[in-house]
Write a protein that binds this ligand. Structure first.
Ligand SMILES: [Zn+2]
Length: 192
C-alpha cells in the first residue's frame, strides 16, 4: 500500500532530541573533516518544519535525494558516503575531493533545481576553508525559495508566513509528485 501523506506513520521528536542531535552532527562533521582535511564535506538533511521529522515518506524522499547528490558529486573523487537513520530524521555525509567553492555550487544547484531540493538542507564545509564565505547570491544563485510559496524562504520562516496546514499540504504535494515520478499510481478515492 502506498502512503499518500508525508507525515503518515511518522514520529515526533522533542526540542531536546533536536538539540542533542545537532551536537551529534557537529561531532560527526568534525571527525570527518579531521580524517579528510583536504576534502570538502557535504552534510545532508531534510528541511521539514515542525516536530515530525521521521516517516516512511520522509525516508523515501531522502534516499532519492541522496542518490541524486551522490551522482552529482561522483564526477569527482568521493572519499566516503555515510548514512544515518536518526530519530530526528535521516542524515548523510559525503566526503568529496573537490574545492569548497565547487562543492558549494553543486549543493546549491541541487537545492535549487531538483524537484525535492527545497525540502533538503545541503551544507558544504571544509577543514581548510579558503576564507570565502560565499553566499548563494555571491555564487550567482537566487536566494533560497520557500517550498510553500516560492518566495524568499528566510522571510517566510521569520514572519511565520505559513500555517501548519499550509506547510503540510505543500509537503504532501511535493511527496505525491515524487511518488508519481517514481511511477506510483495514486488512487485519490482510496481510503487511508
Ligand atoms: Zn513562503
Amino acid at each position: 500500500m502506498i502512503l499518500k501523506h508525508v507525515f503518515e506513520n511518522g514520529s515526533e521528536v522533542t526540542l531536546e532530541q533536536i538539540l542533542s542531535n545537532k551536537e551529534w552532527r557537529v561531532n560527526k562533521q568534525n571527525n570527518l573533516m579531521n580524517r579528510f582535511p583536504e576534502a570538502s564535506l557535504i552534510s545532508i538533511k531534510m528541511n521539514i518544519p515542525g516536530a515530525m521529522k521521521q516517516s516512511p515518506a520522509i525516508l523515501a524522499m531522502f534516499q532519492r535525494g541522496l542518490k541524486t547528490l551522490e551522482s552529482m558529486y561522483a564526477q569527482n573523487k568521493v572519499e566516503e558516503v555515510v548514512y544515518f537513520d536518526r530519530e530526528t530524521g535521516p542524515e548523510a555525509f559525503i566526503v568529496v575531493s573537490q574545492s569548497l567553492h565547487d562543492a558549494k555550487i553543486n549543493g546549491i544547484r541541487f537545492e535549487q533545481t531538483d524537484s525535492l531540493g527545497r525540502i533538503f538542507d545541503v551544507d558544504v564545509m571544509a577543514a581548510v576553508d579558503d576564507g570565502q564565505q560565499l553566499s548563494r547570491t555571491e555564487l550567482g544563485f537566487d536566494v533560497r525559495k520557500c517550498f510553500v510559496c516560492g518566495e524568499d524562504a528566510k522571510v517566510c520562516a521569520r514572519t511565520q508566513q505559513h500555517s501548519k496546514t499550509e506547510m503540510t499540504a505543500a509537503l504532501d504535494n511535493i511527496y505525491q509528485t515524487f511518488l508519481v515520478n517514481q511511477g506510483a499510481v495514486i488512487d485519490d478515492n482510496a481510503d487511508d
